[in-house]
Design a protein around this ligand. Structure first.
Ligand SMILES: *[C@@H]1O[C@H](CO)[C@@H](O)[C@H](O)[C@H]1NC(C)=O
Length: 376
């Protein structure tokens, strides 16, 4: 019954003792109380990977081994299979569809810099923190490793879940347009939510209606106990959302009349209802602040849109607001320049503006220090 896998750590099993019977209940996940929740990747040894269902017949997280990166493999021979996070193509290669491959990159010291945090099911952790607790920051990430709306200073991020950001990203990836859930700056749910014609007072972590409150028709939103006239005013939709909504309505009218060739530059809003990080005008992408105004003169041709994140442009203002000097250089497109030079001191930063190497030679590329999300 037992596979020849190494299970380094298991769980505290409280076997049910059937009265008058010393026989232990069969291996079903209902039979015991819980797994060791404190088990970490760092508890695994010899290149093993912590995965959910890795121990006790798939009931608990555990460390699983297998062939390491670049080793010869054979999917039909148990002892020759690749470790979790790798896929077998004659040799064990990084399986970029799972976050777990990054643990192997780390074991192989592929990059000198930072690696994302993984959940044991192979998804990326929703909150990825950078830097130290004093001055660092945390960002929301999708299950598949893309940065999403939502951030906070590390020191304030204890209750940051990114649940709202993840929910919105998921709805949009499923093709839903006009989602009006409002996330707070840190990716949690705002207290008052309206979507699909109804409104409710939401739990900030789950987004579900608070216990003892009701869901009302959107026209009655100002009667909700969480409604605050100072905060929410007369309209649930924020300035950017109203603009986007108006634009969508016009577009629909044109589409109905069969007018083609009319192109709009879609208004992009963030998950908190503010203006998105860039706008497109006449074939040019400009980095924008929350109020929709352009930041500096950052711009790039719209054909290069997919490479634009405006993280540096936005951070320059975020640090300014926080009263922290901002000393990094941005590229012309508003992204961070990977190669930084401060008074002759060379170092590399990544897309989030965090230093990944201080040991850089003149002319050396930063690419091999930077973990990049790769679409497979
Ligand atoms: C309403 O919002 C304002 C602005 O955030 C705040 O100062 C005030 O305390 C809130 N009022 C209530 C009753 O929560």
């Amino acid at each position: 019954m037992f596979e020849p896998v190494s299970v380094s750590l298991g769980l505290i099993v409280f076997f049910r003792l059937v009265s008058g019977d010393s026989i232990i209940s069969p291996p079903s996940c209902d039979g015991f109380y819980g797994c060791i929740s404190s088990i970490r990747q760092s508890d695994c040894t010899n290149g093993e990977i912590l995965i959910s269902g890795g121990s006790l017949n798939g009931c608990c997280p555990g460390c699983r081994g297998g062939q390491r990166h670049n080793k010869v493999c054979n999917v039909n021979v148990a002892s020759r299979r690749c470790a979790p996070g790798l896929k077998c193509d004659k040799k064990c290669l990084y399986d970029r569809t799972t976050c777990l491959h990054t643990i192997h990159m780390q074991l192989e010291e592929e990059l000198a810099g930072w690696y994302p945090r993984c959940n044991t099911d192979g998804t990326y952790a929703s909150k990825q923190c950078r830097g130290d607790r004093l001055s660092g920051r945390c960002f929301c990430y999708s299950e598949d490793g893309r940065r999403l709306f939502g951030w906070d200073w590390y020191k304030y991020a204890a209750k940051m879940t990114c649940a709202c950001s993840r929910r919105r990203a998921k709805l949009e990836s499923e093709g839903r347009t006009g989602v009006t859930l409002h996330c707070t700056q840190n990716g949690n749910y705002e207290e008052l939510q309206c979507d699909s014609g109804v409104c409710w007072c939401a739990d900030q972590h789950s987004g579900d209606p608070l216990v003892g409150t009701t869901v009302v028709h959107a026209s009655l939103w100002q009667l909700l106990p969480c409604y605050n006239s100072t905060l929410h005013g007369d309209s649930y939709l924020r300035q950017c959302e109203s603009a986007a909504f108006a634009q969508q309505t016009i577009q629909k009218k044109f589409a109905l009349r069969g007018t083609i060739g009319v192109t709009f530059n879609a208004v992009q809003c963030d998950y908190d209802g503010s203006f998105g990080r860039f706008k497109i005008e006449n074939g040019i992408v400009y980095c924008t602040w929350r109020d929709g105004k352009k930041i500096g003169s950052f711009q790039v041709r719209s054909s290069l849109l997919s490479s634009v994140n405006c993280n540096c442009a936005r951070d320059s203002l975020i640090y300014q607001e926080a009263g922290i000097p901002f000393t990094l250089s941005c590229g012309g497109n508003g992204n961070y320049e990977y190669s930084q030079d401060q008074n002759g001191e060379l170092f590399c930063v990544d897309d989030d503006g965090f230093v990944v190497s201080t040991d850089v030679q003149p002319g050396e590329s930063c690419d091999h220090y930077i973990y990049k999300y790769v679409e497979d």
